[in-house]
Design a protein around this ligand. Structure first.
Ligand code: ZN
Ligand code: ZN
Length: 427
């Protein structure tokens, strides 16, 4: 197998407390063979990374690849290509596909698709309940055995408290985390934007903040009872950050994630009824964005994940009420993190890399997320100061519904290595 030498990049690897030192990385047989100053060796390929930042491949633990069933939106092939372009080498695929990933058969089907067409590492999140209907648990132990590394009914919360309690107990026994889409749909009441000034102004039905934080509170209560590993997905409002912070102080086993749109955008972005600003949970207020940033800084929020949710033009280019919820994110998450967090002094580079790479690896039990010798060579090389304009034409994803369209972001991926191969190189 190819020997690749990455020369002189500024390496950021929080697992080894390396913060910007100029180092060489030797990649051999799919793994990181050596990380040191000035490695002298013959290599088949030498990449000059002078002036570039070198980080572990990003692990995005919240991605909708849409296959099987909605290949018009995205496929494992297009989604993993988009991932690599964004510097993401591993994704956790959410189970709201058709069929849902709720049986050994559907896991088998997805595994085959991944093997045949995936170009990045795809890990499988199985559903909590059959067809994600919230009524009957899947065979959690069996699906974990078949390869699911987490469970979630993402897109919906499990309303039945006793059912979720039982699911958490079984997930704990199987050694996998429960990812909670914390939303009380009775309280979100068919809303499409944040409830408040913006819903009144636009004449649209509002989603209350309580629909999120009341459910976060309940999910954490169950985490405390069961001592299962519970991960709160896409935190969007201040109250949720506070509740999670208090739970962590109490020693409850909970982790949390947010997505770039929640630390970059407020509900004001909806002024023109732009359906690319429609997602669940919705964009909130400036005070929420501030709380999310502070939550990232303080460590209350462990992970940045994209909640990559591709939709076709037909599903977005319609009246606001009818448009689908969700935005793409694989190709903008690193740049959004650099632009909104590192450049604005909220996080330093190691903290950003921790949230994009190391934390998700630890939560999911994936033996990646670091550049330690011996680990699989998943490596992202970034021109960290380069600005680019987010346009529909740049995306490798099948769908173009990005909340960052028309904006300039800083930081562009030059190379992505996945399992020791150059899987993406900027044109
Ligand atoms: Zn969700
Ligand atoms: Zn999602």
């Amino acid at each position: 197998m190819q020997k690749i030498l990455i020369k002189n990049g500024k390496v950021i690897d929080p697992a080894q407390e390396i913060n910007g030192e100029a180092l060489d990385i030797l990649v051999q047989s799919g793994r990181i063979a050596k990380l040191a100053k000035n490695i002298k060796t013959d290599a088949d390929t030498v990449i000059d990374a002078s002036g570039k930042i070198v980080i572990p491949g990003i692990i995005d633990m919240h991605v909708h690849l849409r296959e099987p069933g909605r290949e018009d939106k995205e496929t494992v092939a297009s989604g993993t290509r988009a991932a690599l372009k964004g510097g993401v080498t591993s994704v956790l695929a959410m189970p709201n596909t058709y069929p849902a990933i709720d049986s050994k058969e559907s896991i088998g089907l997805l595994k085959k698709i991944i093997k045949d067409s995936g170009s990045a590492n795809v890990f499988i999140c199985a559903a909590i309940t059959k067809e994600r209907q919230g009524r009957e648990l899947v065979d959690i132990a069996g699906l974990a055995k078949a390869g699911a590394i987490a469970i979630s009914d993402d897109g919906a919360s499990v309303d039945d408290e006793n059912l979720l309690l039982a699911a958490m107990r079984k997930a704990k026994a199987a050694g996998i985390p429960v990812v909670c889409h914390s939303e009380d749909k009775k309280l979100s009441n068919g809303g499409v934007v944040n409830l408040g000034l913006i819903s009144t102004k636009l004449g649209l039905r509002g989603i209350s903040r309580e629909s999120e934080y009341a459910r976060v509170e309940r999910d954490i209560k169950l985490a405390e009872k069961t001592k299962a590993a519970v991960h709160i997905a896409h935190v969007s409002c201040r109250e949720s950050v506070e509740i999670i912070g208090r739970a962590k102080k109490k020693g409850i086993r909970v982790t949390a994630e947010t997505a770039p749109h929640y630390f970059s955008l407020t509900q004001e972005a909806l002024a023109g009824y732009d359906t690319n600003m429609k997602m669940s949970p919705p964009l909130r207020e400036a005070r929420d964005v501030e709380a999310i940033k502070q939550g990232l800084k303080s460590g209350v929020i462990d992970v940045i994940a994209s909640d990559h949710a591709p939709h076709t033009e037909n599903e977005k280019d319609i009246e606001f009420d009818r448009a689908e919820f969700g935005v793409t994110g694989l190709e903008t998450e690193l740049a959004a993190g650099i632009s909104e967090l590192v450049q604005k002094g909220i996080l330093d580079w190691p903290a950003l890399v921790h949230k994009l790479c190391l934390s998700p690896a630890m939560i999911l039990g994936i033996d990646r997320g670091t550049l330690k010798a011996g680990k699989p060579a998943d490596i992202t090389i970034v021109s960290a100061a380069q600005e680019w304009l987010v346009e529909k034409t740049v995306f490798a994803s099948k769908s173009k519904n990005s909340a960052f369209l028309g904006r300039k972001l800083t930081g562009i991926v030059e190379y992505t290595l996945c399992n020791g191969k150059i899987a993406y190189k900027k044109a």
